[in-house]
Design a protein around this ligand. Structure first.
Ligand code: WT7
Length: 635
């Protein structure tokens, strides 16, 4: 275990991690329980790519998240569950209780035919069973694939089919603010086209009378009656897959990012402990959903590996009012609060009074993740939430990196508004120019790549290794390419600018423009569409869709609503376009490529300097689109 506690320790650790990465990571990995120790720390090749960490080692991540803590922390709270409705009773599980629940759930999985290596899809709201089921899969070596419960049945079906899941874990419905939303019904719809699924295990969250398919669907509470209390952890090879998590790229359907047992475990704990400067009595609250990687690493695995107390929240930041986050912080004495800039911006808009109504005395560290945090939001968060006394860590990372890569270490290394700052020891970022040359020195801007592997780097994309190679390892030979652009300031601090590929980051969630376009094109009125991101006050980026219809819509509002519905059905509510502009053509080059640069300018409201249009097949189309845009936006 390594905990870096001051600037000079950071520098020493960083230097060691570059000069002798194997010794550095061996020291970090040494504090875990290994059934068999590794023979080699790392073997790698970024061309194929083939990356292995802690080769030959055997372990089980749940042994490290749970069992090893029982002697010293058996009665310590592992998980605090805060319900959507503050009037409903919370749930607290000690490490011992969590152990029981995970073991029993693991036996339920076994009794339902799940074996090591099988894929299990988890489509559940933020209830304790979600965290427990993730750990139950890991305990028996089943590969979990958590799908955020806001995705549509079509998206769920795609993800289930891509990894051929045999079992789905779900609930009857979910609570979201004032609303109750069906969940099992979405699963039923998805399963009409998922031949691999044999069993569905349902948590009764709302007490609804739902359809239960004979021979396929069972209730968790019934299954638990026949489940033994103990389930031995399955010894897993370091490089056995631990989970798949689907994420969007610039092309095609979402891809299944694969993380493996040993390396992910080591990096989740190491990054958690060091970035947040974790101490034994801390109460850590990450507000993400476990459906995203942030929830995997910093609600479930990181905190539990460290033996911490992790808060899990079912609700939304604005229910019953925009003071909810702060009320929960005071209620549980939260010391570490980790959220997304979009949440900060929306609470900022609701006014200071909501945050000033709470003491927030317990807070020690604030965190930000998912998208660039603008300076205004940074200062509001630091001043009003942190009362100017809590370090604020702006943590840059990705689904593919498994854990935080570039961030201030709270109170240890310097911070700067809107800057992720410095890499963690063990992480070697570089900025490249478009020819792939490394940019030396400071005050430079380029494509953010990583030149040496770290333990939780993506290993493959499920079922399609070539796609992994092309997406991340082919653009710049010998480097992992992040898809982000970044600057290094005069002091060597990194500032992440944003995606340089066709990926839009909406409220910290990734969508490929191609993915949204293909959803829009499912609408029978639509001939063609082009989607770009544009700056949005709350969401960071909004979705702007240019749509060509078969016939000019008679009632534009009606057609817009129909297109939105199509996107909701194909992807989910989170991918709703903010602006739909009907156009008769798109700016294309003679080879038929859409010039998104121009569409992005227009979406930003920039109508004058659309740049060089001489290579366009029909330059006049730009004038027409600008005319339409002005009409819609009344500018
Ligand atoms: C993309 C990854 C990592 C967990 C949540 C998102 C953007 C992430 C930051 C940050 C600026 C950030 C990047 C990255 N991003 N954190 N602190 N500052 N941008 O995971 O869905 O895999 O998205 O989110 O563009 O590539 P993800």
């Amino acid at each position: 275990m390594i905990k870096i506690q001051n600037q000079s320790e950071y520098e020493i650790a960083y230097r060691k991690s570059v000069e002798n990465p194997e010794a550095f990571w061996a020291e970090v990995a040494d504090s875990f329980v290994w059934y068999q120790k590794w023979d080699k720390v790392v073997e790698w090749n970024f061309l194929s790519p083939e990356i292995k960490w802690f080769c030959g080692g055997k372990t089980n991540i749940t042994e490290n998240c749970i069992d090893r803590h029982l002697k010293v922390r058996g009665n310590k709270i592992a998980l605090i569950w805060e319900p959507n409705d503050p009037k409903e009773r919370y749930i607290r599980l000690t490490y011992r209780e969590l152990a029981e629940r995970v073991n029993q759930f693991a036996n339920v999985l076994k009794n339902n035919g799940v074996k090591k290596g099988d894929r299990v899809s988890i489509y559940m709201p933020m209830i304790p069973e979600l965290a427990i089921s993730v750990l139950a899969c890991a305990r028996i070596g089943a590969i979990h694939s958590v799908v955020f419960a806001g995705f549509s049945s079509a998206s769920l079906a795609d993800r289930i089919n891509d990894s051929e899941c045999s079992v789905v874990l779900t609930s009857d419905g979910l609570n979201r603010g004032e609303k109750q939303i069906p969940v099992k019904r979405v699963v039923d719809e998805a399963l009409e086209s998922c031949p691999s699924v044999q069993k569905v295990i349902v948590v009764d969250r709302l007490g609804w009378a739902i359809h239960m398919e004979e021979g396929r669907d069972v209730y968790l509470h019934d299954e638990l009656k026949n489940a033994e209390k103990y389930c031995a952890p399955e010894p897993m090879d370091s490089e056995d897959p631990l989970f798949i998590l689907y994420t969007s790229g610039s092309t095609g359907k979402p891809k299944g990012v694969v993380h493996t047992c040993g390396g992910y475990m080591v990096y989740a704990e190491y990054s958690f402990r060091n970035v947040f400067q974790y101490e034994e009595s801390d109460i850590h609250w990450c507000t993400a959903d476990i459906g995203w990687v942030t929830g995997h690493t910093y609600i479930v695995y990181g905190p539990l590996l460290a033996g911490a107390t992790s808060v899990m929240f079912e609700g939304v930041p604005t229910f019953p009012d925009p003071g909810r986050f702060w009320q929960v912080c005071d209620k549980w004495g939260v010391t570490h609060f980790y959220t997304a800039p979009t949440a900060i911006r929306s609470l900022m808009q609701a006014g200071e009074d909501h945050v000033l109504a709470y003491s927030l005395d317990s807070l020690k560290v604030l965190g930000s993740v998912g998208e660039p945090i603008n300076e205004e939001a940074w200062h509001w968060y630091h001043t009003h939430v942190g009362k100017g006394r809590c370090p604020l860590v702006d943590t840059w990372w990705q689904t593919e990196t498994g854990g935080i890569m570039i961030s201030t270490l709270a109170g240890v290394t310097p911070m700067k508004p809107a800057h992720a700052t410095f890499p963690l020891p063990g992480i070697q970022p570089v900025l490249l120019d478009s020819d792939g040359n490394e940019l030396a020195g400071n005050n430079v801007e380029g494509y953010l790549c990583i030149k040496y592997p770290w333990p939780s780097i993506i290993r493959t994309t499920w079922g399609d290794h070539e796609r992994c190679r092309i997406n991340y390892f082919a653009t710049y030979k010998g480097y992992y390419f992040t898809g982000d652009g970044a600057k290094r300031d005069e002091n060597g601090m990194y500032r992440i600018i944003g995606r340089v590929d066709d990926v839009i980051n909406v409220s910290g969630h990734r969508f490929g423009t191609a993915e949204i376009e293909s959803a829009i094109n499912q609408n029978s009125n639509v001939v063609e569409s082009a989607v770009v991101g544009f700056p949005h006050d709350i969401k960071g980026q909004g979705i702007f869709a240019y749509v060509i219809c078969k016939e000019a819509p008679e009632n534009a509002e009606y057609t817009r609503a129909e297109i939105v519905e199509t996107v909701v059905a194909q992807i989910g509510r989170i991918a709703k376009p903010d602006v739909i502009l009907f156009v008769s053509g798109l700016p294309k080059t003679r080879s038929g490529k859409i010039m998104r640069r121009i569409l992005r300018k227009i979406a930003e409201g920039e109508y004058e300097n659309t740049g060089d249009t001489s290579t366009l097949l029909d330059p006049l189309v730009v004038e027409e689109i600008i005319g339409q845009a002005k009409q819609v936006r009344n500018t």
